[in-house]
Design a protein around this ligand. Structure first.
Ligand SMILES: [Zn+2]
Length: 386
């Protein structure tokens, strides 16, 4: 993807297959992508190639992050300062990058442990802020070890909130940039483990409406996906599918995306499907994406806003079936996400006037039981209308 001709061919394929954005970040990808309806997503963080805070630190050396071992960072600014005096500098840096690259989205991939991540500063300013926030008495000694041993839950909450507050400032910069850009945040699904391991509590992101869209990868533990939707309080959620082999230098055969896998993830999302990464995506995978994207395009509102509902006795947590419902439309999916043929049976809901299976175009009867022998990776989606 470092040659314009190659990008054009990739964008043409993406457009045909229904992919409408790519994490590229450079100006050429923004300009070429516009011709193909492919949005460019710029990855942002505080590394030297992104929003570099090093020049700020040269002028304000006493505002560096102090990590858990007491070392002073040469790259990262103390989070108390980042949320205060250094906010404008950070926002200017982000806006300058957006003006130069002209992306449609910025994405902040944050997966940093609350004890060791680059926002986790143990300087006297940050310790004082934590002491106040957590209501810890002035005579109680605080250092990284005592925090980890005795106050980890409160520290996790404190750091999760700081991360969300940084995101709010990034979002402000994106919206006020030229061209105006939207902010995506990527991390793990909502769980206690994600709060500690990756430093993100989506409920705080939701409370502060700290980003325009959220994204998570990659497994499907519905309880965590549902908790993420709930936490986000209306912010759309992209859910991910990992391509295998993960190692791009591996010669192992690719495990393709299938219609079933893509439909499963579409059904689970309110903001679309993320596939990581592009290089192992081959003909079968592009085809599966194209088929499922056609359904998404035809009923975008149902996937963006529809309720997650079970089918008959089956709850939405079931891996092979589920429905999305909005107003007078319901989409009922049956998906063989396994690697062997399966016999699957479900009962279509009653009370609908029309019912058509989207991929075959065949009519079906509301209230009828449907029994199918589906090959591995195959899927059906019944569009029911009142
Ligand atoms: Zn600090």
């Amino acid at each position: 993807m470092n040659k314009a001709d190659c990008k054009r061919l990739s964008f043409e394929t993406m457009r045909a297959a229904g992919f409408n954005n790519v994490v590229g970040g450079d100006r050429e990808t923004s300009d070429l992508g516009d011709e193909y309806g492919v949005d460019n997503v710029l990855a942002v963080n505080f590394e030297s190639w992104s929003i570099s805070m090093a020049p700020w630190l040269e002028e304000h050396p006493d505002t560096a992050v102090i990590d858990r071992k007491g070392a002073q960072s040469d790259r990262y600014v103390c989070t108390s300062v980042l949320l205060g005096d250094a906010t404008a500098y950070m926002q200017d840096g982000l806006r300058a990058m957006i003006a130069d690259r002209r992306p449609d989205w910025a994405t902040w991939d944050f997966e940093s442990n609350v004890m060791t991540g680059y926002l986790s500063c143990f300087c006297p300013r940050c310790l004082a802020a934590f002491r106040e926030e957590a209501g810890i008495a002035a005579d109680v000694a605080l250092d990284p070890d005592t925090i980890e041993r005795e106050h980890l839950a409160a520290w996790t909450e404190f750091m999760n909130m700081r991360m969300a507050q940084v995101a709010v400032r990034m979002k402000e910069a994106c919206h006020s940039a030229e061209p105006p850009t939207r902010l995506q945040v990527y991390s793990g699904y909502q769980s206690d483990d994600t709060k500690w391991r990756y430093g993100v509590d989506w409920a705080m992101i939701g409370e502060l409406q700290a980003c325009d869209i959220a994204s998570c990868g990659y497994g499907r533990r519905w309880e965590n996906v549902a908790a993420t939707h709930e936490a986000l309080a209306g912010i759309p959620l992209i859910v991910g599918r990992l391509m295998r082999p993960y190692d791009r230098n591996s010669d192992d055969a690719v495990t393709p995306l299938t219609r079933a896998l893509m439909l499963r993830r579409l059904m689970d999302s309110t903001g679309g499907v993320l596939v990581y990464d592009r290089m192992p995506i081959e003909g079968r995978s592009w085809q599966a994406s194209a088929e499922v994207s056609r359904l998404a395009a035809a009923h975008e509102d149902v996937f963006a806003e529809g309720e997650f509902v079970g089918v008959g006795e089956l709850s939405f947590a079931e891996s092979w079936a589920g429905a999305r419902s909005l107003g007078d439309t319901m989409i009922v999916a049956m998906m063989n996400v396994s690697t062997a043929p399966r016999s699957l049976t479900l009962t279509l809901p009653e009370g609908y006037a029309r019912c058509t299976e989207f991929f075959t175009g065949e009519a079906a009867t509301p209230g009828a039981e449907v029994s199918l022998e589906l090959p591995a990776g195959d899927a059906r989606a019944w569009v029911m209308e009142r």
